[in-house]
Write a protein that binds this ligand. Structure first.
Ligand SMILES: Nc1ncnc2c1ncn2[C@@H]1O[C@H](COP(=O)(O)OP(=O)(O)OP(=O)(O)O)[C@@H](O)[C@H]1O
Length: 590
């Protein structure tokens, strides 16, 4: 069982690691150039140490000035070459590292958008934000620092070992016991550090999520006087996360200590063995000095590579989460060969639709409904009966479990999502407003709209007068999520958006619920006159102006139980009549 788990972990590691490397692939040419320059820079210290060896073994004993001068000129030229090569290497290194880390950020951002509505409804926002604050910087760090350092240092090590083997292979083999000492306890500390790092990452995500929730619910917490309780919860998670971080740091530190111990022991052994080889005449003094110089350098590089590899393993923990996120497939997908509709008329048909957010909780059952082009229908029913869910299926925020929805007799899953959503305008009960100006907020439905078009749309939504009363009119900044506006004002901005977009089908999901009766009547009149010829689907809690709809659909427990005009439904004396008679809704609102 443990072996199978280890194999699985190993496979996951490489899968994720190669995925990270794939971000360097578009820049492979400069990456190869970078590696070549790294190799070049790595050879130079070896040449220099060979010169030192020559200096000690041949120039010092003979005191030959010409040879000495030649050596100095040679060293200066080599250093100049090294400086130039390093400058070029650093320049191109930055180029591909920055481009690759920008690419990863963009691909995560694109994924967040592709996943769509169902993802946002099922996952806490704090968790998604944590991808940007935690996981992306780690993977960017891998691309910017770890991967180039490991590759560069590995090249350098390989060349150094070959070089040392040519001087004295016995002394070179001394590196093996030194590394053995390092690895004797290293893996233990490493495993511990990785496990604490995993726990720490999860806790940081929790803290992010909690902070987001606390900020979003600041009003509710104040109203219920539970701010202290909320703060205590946050502090508890934050304290636990810093405790885990200290543990992680301790084990990382122990790991570094073992590295130093291995180097110190190595130096002592090198002196003992090297001295006996010099005495036996199988090693010159110059070679011995070269060895000592390179020993520090190589041991340092070797342990750097190993530490970086271990850090990479820890980083792959974060990268795995990003990898899993990037590989999530959206529940609602674009068709491979979308059908293009000519002149959308706006006929919608639902045939035997069933749907549930999860398989054991069916929200809609056997829904059959035809909405003709230009028809205005109103969906009513008790809270939680599935009205909004039904409207979400029309714009393919979700796909039904069973049945077909057609637009102008074409199944909507055969249309591109863009075309479908260009055809349907949606006004939500709680619209999202951006923390920018009124104009920009209205314009999001048609970014190239002129200011005149924006004003016309605002007038139609009965928003113009309150907008012009604001200090900077249409240029007024409305605060985070439109916090400086009332619920009704926000709804009117949202309605203005849909007027501006002017789609063939419009869905109002309790879009006028925050308006007072007078404003609601005005907005509904605008809907009636401006949306002439458009298909309108309205979900209503209050039954004001309901008589104006061509068809009323009454829902109960996920089913359509009555359909007809206001007069028909009143005449059949069924559920709708009960609602109108005030047993469920206020009669005077009709
Ligand atoms: N994202 C979701 N995930 C899981 N269940 C959901 C989700 N959204 C709604 N539901 C459930 O589906 C059922 C129908 O919800 P829906 O919002 O469609 O009702 P509604 O008729 O529009 O209610 P209301 O009039 O109160 O807005 C409810 O039981 C609700 O809890």
């Amino acid at each position: 069982m443990e072996v199978a788990q280890s194999v699985q972990k190993f496979k996951t590691f490489w899968k994720v690691y190669l995925w990270c490397l794939s971000y360097l692939f578009p820049y492979k040419k400069i990456f190869v150039l970078f590696l070549c320059l790294s190799m070049f820079s790595s050879v130079i210290p070896l040449i220099i140490s060979k010169m030192f060896q020559h200096f000690i073994d041949h120039i010092l004993p003979t005191k030959n000035l010409n040879n000495f001068n030649l050596l100095i000129v040679g060293i200066i030229c080599i250093y100049i070459f090294m400086l130039l090569a390093n400058a070029k290497k650093n320049k191109i290194g930055i180029e591909f590292q920055e481009k690759a880390s920008r690419d990863i950020q963009l691909s995560v951002f694109k994924k967040v958008r592709d996943l769509g509505f169902s993802y946002y409804e099922q996952h806490p926002v704090g968790k998604t934000i944590s991808l940007f604050t935690q996981e992306i910087p780690v993977v960017q760090g891998m691309l910017r620092y770890f991967i180039p350092v490991i590759l560069e240092s590995s090249c350098e090590l390989l060349l150094s070992f070959i070089f040392l083997m040519t001087i004295n292979y016995k002394l070179t083999l001394l590196f093996i016991p030194c590394m053995f000492i390092y690895y004797l306890s290293g893996p233990y500390f490493e495993r511990k550090a990785i496990s604490y790092k995993e726990q720490y990452s999860k806790l940081v995500t929790e803290v992010d999520k909690k902070q987001y929730d606390s900020l979003s619910a600041v009003l509710e917490l104040r109203v219920y006087g539970t701010e202290k309780w909320d703060l205590k919860n946050l502090i508890n998670i934050a304290q636990e996360s810093s405790r885990i971080f200290s543990r992680f740091f301790f084990f990382m530190d122990m790991y570094a200590v073992m590295r130093r111990v291995a180097i110190y022991i190595g130096v002592v052994i090198l002196l003992l063995v090297g001295y006996s080889l010099v005495r036996a005449g199988s090693l010159t003094i110059g070679e011995f000095v070269t060895f000592i110089l390179l020993f520090y350098q190589i041991m340092f590089k070797l342990t750097v590579v190993m530490t970086q590899i271990n850090k990479q393993k820890m980083n792959v923990v974060n990268a795995t989460r990003l990898y899993e996120f990037i590989n999530l497939s959206p529940h609602v997908k674009d068709p491979d060969n979308p059908v293009k509709l000519k002149d959308v008329k706006g006929k919608i048909e639902l045939k035997r639709i069933s749907f549930g957010y999860n398989s054991d909780n069916v929200v809609l059952t056997d829904i059959d409904l035809v909405i003709n082009p230009g028809e205005r229908i109103c969906i009513v029913g008790s809270s939680g009966c599935g009205k909004s869910t039904l409207s979400k299926l029309l714009a393919r925020f979700y796909d039904p479990l069973d049945g077909v929805i057609t637009l102008d007799d074409t199944p909507i899953n055969k249309l591109s999502l863009k075309e479908l959503r260009d055809t349907i305008g949606y006004v939500f009960q709680e619209p999202y407003l951006f923390g920018t100006t009124i104009t920009e907020n209205i314009r999001i439905s048609k970014p190239d709209a002129t200011i005149d078009e924006v004003i016309q749309a605002a007038k139609a939504a009965n928003a113009h007068s309150f907008i012009t009363d604001l200090p900077s009119g249409y240029d007024t900044f409305i605060g985070e999520k439109g916090s400086r506006l009332s619920g009704g004002q926000k709804q009117r901005i949202s309605i203005a958006r849909v007027f501006l977009k002017n789609p063939q089908i419009i869905i109002f999901d309790e879009a006028t619920s925050s308006l007072d009766n007078l404003t609601e009547t005005k907005v509904n009149n605008a809907i009636n006159t401006l949306l002439d010829g458009k298909t309108v689907i309205s979900i209503a809690h209050r039954l004001s102006t309901i008589r104006k709809y061509n068809k009323i659909v009454v829902m109960d427990k996920g089913k359509i139980i009555e359909t007809g005009t206001y007069e028909n439904l009143m005449a059949i004396n069924g559920r709708f009549r009960q609602m109108v008679d005030g047993r469920e809704l206020n009669n005077d609102e009709v």
